[in-house]
Design a binder for this molecule. Structure first.
Ligand SMILES: [Zn+2]
Length: 77
């Protein structure tokens, strides 16, 4: 993983996020356990923070809202 170029890592994290939400959506009829839901949240936030870091070239100063994707200070969800 560490040896991959940044672009392919970025693509993979985006794909991972899609797969995660697909899995979450498909589980509507079979609700996630609290632990599973927490895991998805943590992984999603981690992926979003990582994508910001890749794009900005340094760690993002603030995390983004999971619902709307804007910085939490500007979020009105
Ligand atoms: Zn929001």
């Amino acid at each position: 993983m560490a040896r991959l170029k940044i672009n392919s890592v970025q693509m993979k994290t985006t794909e991972l996020t899609k797969l995660l939400w697909q899995a979450v959506n498909e589980s509507d009829l079979m609700p996630l356990s609290e632990a599973e839901a927490r895991l998805y949240t943590v992984v999603h936030l981690g992926v979003m923070a990582y994508e910001d870091e890749v794009r900005l070239g340094h760690p993002a100063p603030e995390r983004r809202c999971m619902m709307c994707g804007v910085l939490v200070s500007q979020c009105c969800c």
